[in-house]
Design a protein around this ligand. Sequence first.
Ligand code: UDP
Ligand code: MG
Length: 313
Amino acid sequence: MDLSVVIPLLNEEESLPELAAWIKAVMQANNYSYEIIMIDDGSTDNSWYVIEALRKENSHIKGIKFQRNYGKSAALNEGFKAAQGEVVITMDADMQDSPDEIPALRKMIVDDGFDLVSGWKKVRYDNAITKNLPSKLFNATASRVSGIKLHDFNCGLKAYKKKVVKNIEVYGEMHRYIPLLAKWSGFKKITEKVVEHRPRKYGVTKFGWNRFVNGFLDLASIMFVGRFGKKPMHIFGLWGTIVFFIGTCIWIYLFIAKFFFAEFSMTARPLFYVGLISLVIGTQLFLAGFLGELISRNATDKNYYLIEEKVGI
Ligand code: UDP
Ligand code: MG
């Protein structure tokens, strides 16, 4: 199979028929063998019935229905697990991404050998103040911290080599950082391509103002997990040792002062408390490191979703 198109969706009943027809037209024009995997992320409208109806007309369309809303990351993750195409394309269901971009994206993966090509909505049709500005800031930070030069991490339209999607796990709200997850899994050929962005035709945006706060918190935790997730002792142990060592030096100094230079009460000196706290915090950090190691050693699958129904998969 040439292509899998993975589409996470939440309450997008109006867009789905048009989107499916458009994708089909592009696939037929290019003679691709393909599948469209629609993941209904707990919609409360008729999205799932629309998907079932679409499948009756076009058997390339497959569906996964979550029992409740687990988030875009979970939806993408399930789509990735099911995908069979050599190239996997993700796109939003709201028709803000254009299926006409698919052939060019596929070409970059197949002919130019990229592992991941991320869309870049250079011209955006979203609210300038609430979305475009915070998004610029967010992308600048993410790009700097991660070392991946992308202008638009969160673009829904991306293309992947099959191997990439089978080797990354998108959990929490990590869909914003998939290029980072890919890089950490060892896929280095990551690039971007300017793509057309369109105004939302039906429905409303599913992410509120808090997306940016969450975005930054997730960036902090992903950087942490990426660097120390499998070896928490390397950070907690290091700082625990340093702080404990400082405390020990302070106390040695205080003992010498008391016993060799006959200084009066040790506890009357502020330094005593600094030393005491350092020893306590150092021990705590060390213990946190041990606990982290135990947890990471026993951690199993982070993703547990209850899937209500599937068609075609
Ligand atoms: N979406 C989803 N689960 C969610 C929120 C969003 O599957 O919990 C889907 C949504 O239906 C759309 C895509 O993710 O297909 C992008 O969402 P949206 O268009 O609301 O984001 P925006 O374009 O405003 O960034
Ligand atoms: Mg959108």
